[in-house]
Design a protein around this ligand. Sequence first.
Ligand SMILES: Nc1ncnc2c1ncn2[C@@H]1O[C@H](COP(=O)(O)OP(=O)(O)OP(=O)(O)O)[C@@H](O)[C@H]1O
Length: 303
Amino acid sequence: MPYILQTNGLTKAIGGKNLVTNVSMHVKRGEIYGFLGPNGAGKTTVMKMLTNLWKPTEGSIELFGQKLTPTSYGVLKRMGSIIEFPTFYDHLSGKENLALHCEYMGYYNPGSIENALEMLNLTDAGKKPIRSYSLGMKQRLGIARAILSKPELLILDEPTNGLDPAGMKQIRDLLKMLCTEYGITIVVSSHILSEIESIADTIGVINHGVLMKEVTMKEISEMSLAYIELSVINTKKASYVLADKMGLDNFKIVEDGKIRIYDHHISTQELSKVLALNDVEIVAIGKKAETLEDYFLKMTAEV
Ligand SMILES: Nc1ncnc2c1ncn2[C@@H]1O[C@H](COP(=O)(O)OP(=O)(O)OP(=O)(O)O)[C@@H](O)[C@H]1O
């Protein structure tokens, strides 16, 4: 079985409007899959369908190699999730909330609640009522609840939303640990690249309800984001020389007078020489590098 989770042309429409369109995502067993997209892009909508909270208008979902249907209880028991913000009974303690959840899910395993609380660093806090919890503690308790039944797959919708940088780091470290030490596959959404960049093995980018790209971090690290930026007086003439005289095709005119060359076997010296020989006046030439942020921003700006 190649993927633990796969969707095929998933579409959700409400009131004649598509919230997500034709999403085909591929999550490998044992990886952290970062689901990246700006607010309103459709991350929650997809996650609601993955967890059977919403029925797809079109398309299908395969979980653990089985097609998800409205009665796939066995499949759903093998996953844990937080969709939108985790809610609890405020007057009950963390521990009591988890116990209620176990009862509700028909799941009983001695020690699982203590284990989950310990893993999330909530052993002491577990005895206290939820109303005394900070946002970060609630997020952690949400994760504790999601891992109670020792799921193989975790679906987490923006688990660091509203946390401060230290709280965000704590969650990132935790997800990494759950993945490496317990072999749990994790799909985690965020609208902030830096939050998932350091932990994800694969990033799926969604924008306006469309999955723009799935790219592994390995592919990203092998991809050179460097380019040469060339400023000239005569853009037309310069691009003619680049294409016809130098045989380059991997360049882009970003604005009049400014060209970016992504070809990596050409040096700035050689470029300057050939352009000068062909009477192209160079205003400036230099090497630059696109950041990963630029790379993804460009992708989401293209729609
Ligand atoms: N129940 C609903 N009925 C109609 N439209 C909805 C409903 N829920 C969400 N939407 C719309 O669907 C689009 C996608 O929303 P969704 O919540 O999936 O995005 P998101 O990527 O999770 O964003 P956020 O991070 O803001 O939650 C948005 O334009 C939203 O306004």
